[in-house]
Design a protein around this ligand. Structure first.
Ligand code: ATP
Length: 295
């Protein structure tokens, strides 16, 4: 009996981890009901992550053959560092995230993780190594405990509470009449945008992936909640390679590199201070956002 159930449990765990990553990614990029565009190559092996360095090499991509969306993007995110991608709506920021997750294949160039071309590794192993925190975390109609443990279903109760504390959602949960057993989701307690994001952070802390993809679109959060969640996001990013798709510049000022995208090309890159001093596109975006915030 044991011989049978152990592999099944293991498969269930792997399946759930992959499904969670896909659900989060699908939610993040509005791709939930789409059939997969790419298949594993026969003979492809698992991705082996050491440093977690992510490299885009001369990436070209279009959803349709007659419209270029990314036009020669090259960038390297060294293991453990943070790169933020900013730029106007439609410039191709989220598309880079979709390609990193290999929802689509590049039409020219390559994306590599620790030197391995994404096309040469299995998608399951790729998805297992990337944590995603979308702005609107999907909650399952189940207990809050289940929803956090989804990051790693074999986690102990202690580990789950530790992750919830680090994501600063433990006190909120402990204050609910049924605590961690509270039912959430559509048929249960509705959580606010900020609370949901904290559940997403706790889930990802538990999963402990070497690579993170953050969607910092903040339309779901008011600025006070956004500010208070930043420190938890920073904690989550510590020691992990992080790619931030940023819609608000205030949240990425301390990134190791900021890349400014316009019409699928990188038009500026550097640190926040260097880009401000340069007085170009980033500085103009920054000025505009500062005056919008003041209004
Ligand atoms: P925003 O800041 O508004 O989220 P973005 O910079 O993330 O924008 P993308 O979502 O990467 O932009 O989209 C880049 C372009 O690709 C847009 O013009 C968009 O219309 C187009 N696009 C996105 N998804 C698809 C798709 N599935 N099929 C065809 N075109 C798409």
């Amino acid at each position: 009996m044991i011989q049978v159930t152990m592999p099944l449990n293991f498969l269930g765990t792997v399946y759930r981890e992959i499904r969670q990553a896909l659900v989060d990614m699908g939610q993040m990029f509005g791709l939930l009901d789409q059939p997969p565009e790419v298949q594993d190559q026969s003979g492809s092996g698992p991705l082996a992550v050491s440093d977690g360095a992510v490299e885009l090499h001369d990436v070209h991509f279009g959803y349709e053959s007659d419209r270029v969306i990314l036009d020669g993007i090259s960038l390297t995110v060294p293991g453990g560092s943070t790169t933020a991608i900013v730029g106007p709506s439609g410039s191709g920021k989220s598309t880079i995230g979709r390609l990193l997750f290999r929802f689509y294949d590049v039409t020219q160039g390559a994306i590599r993780i620790d030197g391995q071309d994404l096309r040469d590794v299995t998608q399951d192993s790729l998805h297992a190594q990337i944590g995603v925190v979308p702005q609107d975390t999907v909650l399952f109609n189940d207990s809050i405990l289940y929803n956090i443990a989804y990051g790693r279903p074999d986690a102990t109760r202690d580990e789950i509470e530790q992750a919830a504390r680090a994501a600063r959602i433990h006190d909120f949960i402990a204050g609910l009449p049924q605590g961690y057993d509270t039912q959430v989701g559509e048929r249960g307690l509705k959580l606010s945008g900020g609370e949901k994001q904290r559940v997403g952070i706790a889930r990802t802390l538990l999963k402990n992936p070497p690579i993170l993809l953050l969607d910092e679109a903040t339309s779901a959060l008011d600025s006070e909640t956004e500010a208070s969640i930043q420190s938890e996001l920073r904690l989550l990013g510590q020691g992990r390679t992080t790619l931030v798709i940023a819609h608000r510049l205030s949240t990425i000022a301390d990134a190791d590199e900021i890349v400014v995208l316009e019409q699928g090309r990188i038009v500026e890159r550097g640190t926040h201070d260097a880009l401000l001093a340069r007085g170009g596109r980033y500085a103009a975006l920054w000025q505009r956002q500062q005056s919008e915030d003041a209004a």
